[in-house]
Design a protein around this ligand. Sequence first.
Ligand SMILES: [Zn+2]
Ligand SMILES: [Zn+2]
Length: 122
Amino acid sequence: MIPDYYAMMSGQRFYYRHKAAGLCVQCGKSPPWRGTTLCGPCLRKHEQSEARCDPDGERRRARRRALWHKRREAGLCVECGKPAIRGQARCEYHQMMWREKAHVKLVRERISGCGKYPGREG
Ligand SMILES: [Zn+2]
Ligand SMILES: [Zn+2]
């Protein structure tokens, strides 16, 4: 297959032909929206596919952060919202899970590192 010929026939040529004709570069049927190269339905499809690429968007992360602080201040577990251990950010269960994770990390560091617990023994 000749790559240039293929690109010309499938992608770019199609794009530029419709753009020049003042039509949506996606479907080539409807005129594009102002300031874009896509028509309404294609624009929506495009936006939806972009949203799928990033389901954990900035807005969602911000909401998660806000929830974290709200729970922390209310003395609730930041993971599940149940009452947390006094002075801790998590409930008994999640504190245990969190410790477990931290411990695994510590052990891994100990194995790969200098052989000492950081900031403690020795
Ligand atoms: Zn279209
Ligand atoms: Zn919890």
